[in-house]
Design a protein around this ligand. Structure first.
Ligand SMILES: C[S@@+](CC[C@H](N)C(=O)[O-])C[C@H]1O[C@@H](n2cnc3c(N)ncnc32)[C@H](O)[C@@H]1O
Length: 335
């Protein structure tokens, strides 16, 4: 059978559909509809915008499955009602906003690949301090279910309770909050830039665990991580940004910070060892080319090698609600 060009058409239209979703979220149309402004005229009046574009935006959102339409009235599909109405428990608008922030850099991908010069490299301190505060909230809804799955997966593999947790590059603290919620004895040391601390506090307070947190502010390449004291260290979406040299160094420093028998949990997008799939990590590697000087996505085999070289014993994959696993490594109980 001849291959169809439809695949190509679909991929190109996916970008337009993404921009439609981003715009609907940015303008808050889902929230307006939830608040009873269910006609194009009503939404346009609330936005103070001409009705022409608003009507076509609402129709497009119907077309891609986010709104319903009955006569001239628009309604929310269950997905939009759950995730796109501001103030709702499942609201993921920050995740949509992240794509808006990154949209213009993706338009420069060919230029970046040709030049090898990233756009606003996140792994340079000045840029990181400016940009990460705008990005970390987006990761919270993306990772929360996986973080909860990690808590459920860990108890079977450890012999003593997790009390002291080191969350390096904590961001919204999405990876440590479920551990803190699971046991009030848990104390978390959250390491990140000072600019992130108010965001971390906002999330830990919202989830009722702020009192269990201590904040270590500074550059994670320089701050003290501790010596043999932590039961669990977490590296959530940071090794990929740091790249092989700094990523391996961070793994070694976490090994040093853990007590014997302690565990290191790594969450990153992980492609298969042949780098043929899944698509998300492979596409995300381009994000690393765009936005970092040395960042990349790494395979489980690469993590296993680095972890083993750092001194870890058992290295396991933990399956989570994502097409790629978490990595869990255990420091030998007796060294
Ligand atoms: C991609 S976010 C991940 C946040 C969180 N762990 C998660 O998975 O949602 C990376 C985090 O690392 C922090 N970070 C990056 N480089 C850093 C550095 N050199 N020193 C301190 N924090 C850094 C950023 O401020 C940001 O909070």
């Amino acid at each position: 059978m001849q291959p169809s060009a439809q695949w190509i058409v679909d991929d190109l239209w996916a970008a337009r559909e993404a921009q439609t979703l981003i715009t609907g979220t940015e303008l808050g149309v889902f929230t307006l509809i939830a608040n009873g402004h269910t006609t194009a005229d009503g939404v346009a009046a609330q936005l103070g915008a001409p009705v022409r574009g608003v009507r076509r935006l609402l129709d497009a959102l119907v077309g891609i499955g986010y709104l319903t339409k009955d006569g001239g009235r628009y309604g929310l599909e269950p997905l939009s009602e759950r995730y796109l109405v501001q103030g709702g428990e499942g609201y993921v608008g920050d995740m949509v906003y992240e794509m808006k922030l990154l949209w213009t850099s993706w338009g420069r991908l060919a230029e970046v690949i040709r030049s090898g010069e990233p756009v606003q490299p996140w792994d340079e301190e000045e840029t990181g301090r400016r940009l990460f505060p705008q990005l970390v909230a987006a990761l919270f809804p993306m990772s929360l279910n996986s973080a909860k799955a990690a808590v459920a997966a860990l108890p079977d593999t450890r012999d003593t309770p997790i009390v002291s947790v080191l969350d390096v590059a904590a961001g919204s603290a999405v990876w440590s909050i479920p551990f803190a919620q699971a046991d009030p004895r848990v104390r978390v040391t959250a390491v990140d830039y000072a600019e992130i601390t108010p965001i971390t506090r906002r999330y830990t307070a919202r989830h009722g665990v702020a009192g269990q947190y201590t904040h270590v502010e500074g550059n994670l390449r320089e701050v003290e991580l501790g010596d043999g004291v932590h039961d669990l260290a977490i590296l959530g979406y940071i090794v990929q940004t740091e790249g092989p040299k700094w990523g391996q160094r961070l793994i070694e420093r976490c090994f040093h910070a853990l007590r014997p028998g302690g565990q290191l949990l790594i969450a990153d997008m992980i492609p298969n060892d042949a780098r043929t799939g899944p698509s998300a990590p492979l596409v995300y590697a381009l994000e690393m080319v765009l936005h970092t000087t040395e960042g990349d996505v790494f395979t489980f085999a690469e993590y296993r090698q680095w972890l083993t070289e750092a001194g870890f014993g058992r290295v396991e994959r933990i399956d989570i609600p994502a097409p790629w696993p978490l990595v869990l490594a255990t420091k030998p109980a007796a060294l």
